[in-house]
Design a binder for this molecule. Sequence first.
Ligand SMILES: [Zn+2]
Ligand SMILES: [Zn+2]
Length: 163
Amino acid sequence: MPPPDAEEAPIMSETGNPSRNGDGERPERPSFESIYMDLARTLANRSTCIRLNVGTVITSTDYRKVLAVGYNGNATGLPNKCDREEPGNCGCLHSEENAVINCDAPRHVEKIVFVTHLPCVACAKRLINLGNVRQIYYGEDYRNRDSLELLKSVGILVDQLLE
Ligand SMILES: [Zn+2]
Ligand SMILES: [Zn+2]
């Protein structure tokens, strides 16, 4: 009889491994990482931005709590579209930005962030200032990768999670 989920060894070590080793049961059992990245991708479907659809999930480091979610788009109550079609200046709030706004977990709570695309530099700084973000998982790469060095310089782990 396998132990219940609550008694498992640290979950963070299971990155990229969809099954438990050794028990030979349910090899399709998904990792928490893939579940939360799937949730970020599902949230991205709510984006109203014509340029890029991005979703973000912020969880506790034991993966037992979703602390906040976000996706990119205009501010609440405004028209569900970009302000303009200008690349890089469409007026939409970024997905990570909205997730940070939505996150009321205290600074001291350690967090893991799942985002469908590599964050831009401004959102990387927002995630830094959210406090105690330990790890960021992203899906799609971005043409500008400056945020990678920035996040690493403050000790935040960054890894790509491919579908
Ligand atoms: Zn937009
Ligand atoms: Zn951004």
